[in-house]
Design a binder for this molecule. Sequence first.
Ligand code: SF4
Length: 58
Amino acid sequence: MRANKMDQPNQGVKCVVNTCYYYMSGDHCSADKIEVQPKNASNTEETDCATFVPQGQY
Ligand code: SF4
């Protein structure tokens, strides 16, 4: 899912993935929306942000 990068943090998300295009310092996400996968996950480790894009890709 392609998200729009905002110029302010998404207040509903805390994220520490500092290699992501959408990451903002202070552990913020600047994506206007995120998608989390996969279906049928059974614990925290199995879930991931599917909106992640490596820095430099766009
Ligand atoms: S898109 Fe996902 S991985 Fe990237 S900063 Fe936002 S929550 Fe983190």
